[in-house]
Design a protein around this ligand. Structure first.
Ligand code: PMP
Length: 300
């Protein structure tokens, strides 16, 4: 994938792609002491639109707070800078990555006298997955509130996701399914999880799952589609015996899961409810559903 764009925004300045560098003593490289977001922009009839920008920026601040970082820019300034960057790079369908990180200042774990830097990156984006997924239950559990702060995207926490992905790929699967400490389904390495049974939608209420913005969107729009949706504990057995399963997330959007550990789910194809949600979601993010125009921020 060619990720190259013209500009990257670093600490208030637009810098050329090749000059967007950090020092090897950057604290975040050593300890995963960064927080980040993944945001999606879409080509629409009215120009490039960013989906739920406000929610993503809010979560970035929640994550930064949890890590004791003081950002030098306000939410408003960051939102404006994202819009400027999207325009400068002439982005349409793109993934936008804000990342705040402890920078250069000290080699110890405790980030004393270490500045917080922040960067904004845009990457041209096609579909993450265009096929149905085969997933493997991971031997690694997702972080609980005993190990991290609920609702945050802290870089260091993703080592856990990487381990699960390596394990899944080594065994010939596309993705991992991660359980929580109590053995209930939590989420994927970077996606939330939904199960459909008798046309009803359920998603884990596990405190080990990120309260994802796509997940929230699906819960909010399901009513319009006449689908009942719940947050509940989901066992692995329930998941394997569901009629349909899918992962969702900003990058992934909605990705049908058709196998869990070699157990075929439903008919082994993307199900009707999943397909309906996928198409409703696609209309919303592309600005085709007036009711949810409020979730779009246009760059032009
Ligand atoms: N869980 C994890 C661990 C993630 O990294 C993501 C991606 N941000 C998600 C779920 C989905 O969240 P969202 O819909 O906000 O992208």
């Amino acid at each position: 994938m060619d990720m190259k764009t013209k500009m990257i925004w670093m600490d208030g300045k637009f810098v050329r792609w090749h000059n967007a560098k950090v020092h090897i003593l950057t604290h975040a490289i050593h300890y995963g002491s960064a927080v980040f977001e993944g945001i999606h922009s879409y080509k629409t009839e009215n120009g490039t639109a960013i989906f739920r920008l406000e929610d993503h920026i809010s979560r970035l601040f929640t994550s930064a707070n949890a890590m004791g970082m003081k950002l030098k820019f306000s939410k408003q300034q960051l939102k404006k800078s994202i819009l400027k960057l999207v325009k400068a790079n002439k982005m349409e369908d793109a993934y936008i990555r804000p990342i705040a990180y402890y920078g250069y200042g000290n080699i110890g774990v405790y980030p004393k006298n270490v500045p917080t830097n922040i960067a904004l990156i845009t990457v041209p984006w096609e579909h993450y997955y265009s096929k149905n997924l085969r997933i493997k239950t991971s031997r690694y559990t997702r972080h609980s509130e005993k190990e991290t702060v609920y609702g945050t995207k802290i870089s260091g926490n993703y080592a856990n996701s990487i381990l699960a992905m390596h394990e899944a790929r080594k065994h010939g699967f596309d993705e991992a399914l991660m359980l929580d400490d109590d053995g209930f389904v939590a989420e994927g390495p970077a996606e939330n999880f939904f199960a459909v049974k008798n046309k009803r939608l359920a998603t884990p209420n596990s405190r080990s799952a990120l309260p994802g913005i796509t997940r929230k969107t699906i819960l909010e729009i399901s009513k319009d589609l006449g689908i009942k949706a719940y947050e509940k504990k989901i066992t692995l057995n329930e998941a394997k015996n569901a009629d349909e399963l899918f992962f969702c997330g900003t990058a992934t959007e909605i990705a049908p899961i058709t196998y869990v550990d070699n157990k075929k789910i439903g008919s082994g194809k993307a199900g009707e409810t999943t397909t309906n949600i996928k198409s409703a979601y696609s209309d919303i993010v592309r600005g085709k559903t007036r009711k949810y125009e409020k979730w779009l921020t246009y760059a032009d």
